[in-house]
Write a protein that binds this ligand. Structure first.
Ligand code: FES
Length: 504
């Protein structure tokens, strides 16, 4: 059930020539870490320019955020432009808007050029409110867009089955199936001799002879340039991303209904929001309903996560049948702009792209455009506003405070007696942190009563993990790493598994 409609039916073989065997030492112009939409788009553009490129990916192709996206290709990123003008200035807001509008056109052009069948469809995107008290947010956003000279529409009615108070429409936006799109690019980069190594974990980047050695668990790759497109930069210290970025989770359900589906893409300004779009799934037109964002590691109930979306579906589509449900994790910078460009001033020719704030379909393209221009020595008009080296005062003091609070370290225990866990009255199929002799241990009892115990200290920078009862995972409230109930790492920035505690 917890698999996105995009990933259903895909496996390693659907991605063509993938190599997960041992890497012998290799030498390329560019080594890309991460095989999501950013890594694959960079590989496509750079290999088309004649560079030799290879890709290492810790898990599988599109196994992270790209495989769990809503697939909206839009420059309408909630009510963002009023925020940008107020927090930065009109020039930054204008550049952000232009860069994302350009991305929509570039994606469309690439799909046409390579003849990629990915359910690409152009339509209007709306941000709306159904609450009178939120009208002001929309009015301020509309004013901001007018200031930027961008043609948007302000409407009082939409083809949705509920009454709205107002909405702002952006024409010529688009939606697609991101996994099919990436797959189309993969076919092309195979022709360009790009090697893709999945299930290959990059562990470090070392300077060597004016170039770099990307160290992996299966061998080393020497490269002139390195692109870290691994969702959350895996380097612990360089660039200090853990001090300026956090992760957020959101939820999606796919429903089938006989009722007519709305024609556009929609997102409410309310918090938590509701995001809606049509999609194709198994030859049927279905509806995706998303929302429920919260910082990763915060405990939420099923009702707050999927329950709210199911209730919305039942209310407006009473015959709704839930086909799939899944969640996505996104990186968010403290100033809400992505980090794109040189990863740190100490590592020239090593680039990063992260912090897309849930709008990765266009921003991955913006990142590709900027990084490709830097590598080939061209000036990119948008590079400055996204620069990963920017010195932004920390404006989001609340987030910063949370990170510091969350960063308290736990203790380590070697062995655990089964009786001690049973004493804590843990029901089947539940997990929690228990304290034994002043030591914290994370325990999970599966449906059949089998116990699993881990050291609940994140292997990234040592924060105390929290139990996620919806997914049966251990999640980190600091920077969003996630681990399976048995300690296996499943989400960046941590890349090592949790320490398993033996049960006697
Ligand atoms: Fe950074 Fe856990 S993700 S400490």
């Amino acid at each position: 059930m917890n698999e996105s409609i995009w990933k259903t039916g895909t496996n390693e073989k659907s991605y063509g020539k993938i190599n997960s065997e041992k890497i012998l030492n290799e030498e390329v112009d560019i080594c890309i870490i991460g095989a999501g939409i950013t890594g694959i788009t960079c590989a496509y553009e750079l290999s088309e320019l004649g560079y030799s490129v290879n890709i290492v990916e810790k898990n599988g192709v599109c196994s992270g955020t790209t495989g769990n996206t809503t697939g909206k290709i839009t420059s309408q990123h909630n009510a963002f432009y009023n925020y940008l003008i107020n927090s930065f200035d009109e020039e930054v807001a204008k550049k952000y808007l232009e860069a994302n509008e350009k991305a929509i056109k570039q994606i469309e052009k690439r799909i046409e050029k390579e003849n990629i069948d990915c359910d690409f469809e152009k339509l209007t995107s709306y941000i709306y409110t159904d609450k009178k008290e939120e009208i002001q947010i929309l009015e301020r956003e509309y004013e901001a867009l007018n200031k930027l000279g961008f043609e948007s529409s302000y409407v009082k009615d939409l083809d949705v089955p509920f009454k709205i108070e107002g909405a702002i429409g952006f024409k010529n936006q688009a939606q697609f199936n991101a996994v099919k799109y990436v797959n189309g690019l993969l076919r092309k980069i195979e022709d360009n001799n790009v090697e893709i190594y999945t299930h290959t974990k990059a562990t470090d980047i070392d300077k060597f002879d004016g170039e770099y050695i990307v160290k992996t668990d299966k061998g080393n790759i020497k490269a002139k340039f390195v692109i870290i497109a691994s969702h959350y930069p895996f380097l612990k210290l360089q660039g200090l991303y853990s001090a300026k970025m956090y992760q957020s989770m959101s939820y999606l359900i796919a429903i089938e209904t006989k009722k007519e589906l709305p024609k556009g893409m929609y997102i409410s300004v309310s918090n938590p929001n509701i995001s809606i779009r049509r999609a194709k799934y198994e030859e049927k037109e279905i509806l995706l309903i998303g929302g429920g964002d919260h910082k990763t590691g915060k405990s939420v109930t099923y009702e707050q996560a999927y329950g709210r979306l199911e209730e919305f579906a039942k209310k407006y589509y009473p015959d709704a049948k839930v086909l799939k449900k899944w969640n996505a994790e996104d990186c968010i910078s403290l100033d809400k702009l992505p980090y794109i460009g040189q990863v740190s001033s100490f590592l020239p020719n090593v680039y990063v792209a992260t912090g897309y704030k849930k709008w990765g379909m266009t921003l991955s393209n913006v990142a590709t455009d900027i990084i490709v221009d830097i590598i080939r020595g061209s000036k990119n008009p948008y590079a400055d506003i996204f620069s990963s080296l920017r010195l932004q005062p920390i404006k989001n003091h609340e987030e910063m405070k949370n990170m510091i609070i969350d960063s308290s370290k736990g203790l380590i225990i070697d062995k655990l007696k089964q009786a001690d866990i049973l004493e804590s009255e843990l029901p089947n199929d539940c997990g929690k942190i228990i304290e034994i002799e002043n030591q914290k241990v994370g325990v999970y009892k599966d449906k059949n009563g089998k116990l699993f115990a881990i050291n609940p200290i994140c292997t990234h920078l040592g924060c105390l993990l929290t139990w996620n009862q919806i997914d049966r995972t251990w999640d980190c409230p600091c920077h969003g790493s996630r681990f399976r109930y048995d300690g296996k790492n499943i989400c960046d920035p941590a890349f090592n598994d949790l320490e398993v505690v033996e049960i006697e």
